[in-house]
Design a protein around this ligand. Structure first.
Ligand SMILES: [Zn+2]
Length: 193
């Protein structure tokens, strides 16, 4: 999976001003109803500085998202002009300030590729590795052989297949499943060479 790109947006509204209040709730409606995003509220004394230094300069710009690790509400970015190590950005995040009239946040345009990455992959509940749905055999993770995945649906993932590991499932022994997964790993390695 190569990296993917999207456009980042920043906002700041003062809800005690009627026009900004109206703009804010109109934006929330679009993010909720059209983009199907769920707001991530976060509290940190560093938010003001983080938005000012890391996010504001990227407003309206294309950023590159890494696809090695996938989440249902956030992304790691490749290095940006504001961070050599890349940033952790959310599909939609908002800072909670003591003054609730101030609403400051960021959101990402949702591309078909971003939606597809989440739909086509499952994340192992145990080791966190991401595998294409197509290579998962008998509900076991090709990386750690455990059972239990997370659906990465945008706007709120959910756990699936979380059943305890057991010796026999549907007539296939766990050691047989591990052997099959080893084969998948070998094929993966050969593909990468
Ligand atoms: Zn795993």
């Amino acid at each position: 999976m190569g990296n993917t790109k999207t456009i980042l947006h920043y906002y700041r509204f003062a809800l005690d001003k009627a026009d900004e209040r109206e703009q804010y709730f109109a934006l929330c409606k679009i993010l909720e109803d059209d983009l199907h995003l769920k707001k991530f509220d976060s509290i940190s004394p560093e938010h003001s500085k983080w938005y000012r230094e890391s996010i504001v300069p990227l407003n309206g710009e294309t950023i590159e998202l890494e696809t090695k690790f996938l989440f249902d509400n956030q992304w790691n970015t490749a290095p940006t002009k504001t961070s050599d190590n890349g940033l952790r950005v959310f599909d939609w995040a908002e800072a909670i300030y003591p003054n609730r009239d101030i609403r400051e946040g960021q959101w990402l345009e949702q591309t078909d590729e971003m939606i597809g990455l989440r739909n086509d992959n499952l994340k192992c509940h145990w080791c966190g590795n991401v595998s294409p749905k197509a290579v998962i055999v008998d509900d076991t993770c090709p990386f750690c052989d455990a059972v239990g995945f997370r659906l990465l649906t945008t706007g709120g993932g959910r756990d699936v297949f979380t059943v305890p590991k057991k010796e026999q499932r549907d007539g296939v022994s766990h050691s047989e499943i591990i052997k099959r997964n080893q084969k998948i790993r070998q094929v993966d390695n050969e593909d990468n060479e």
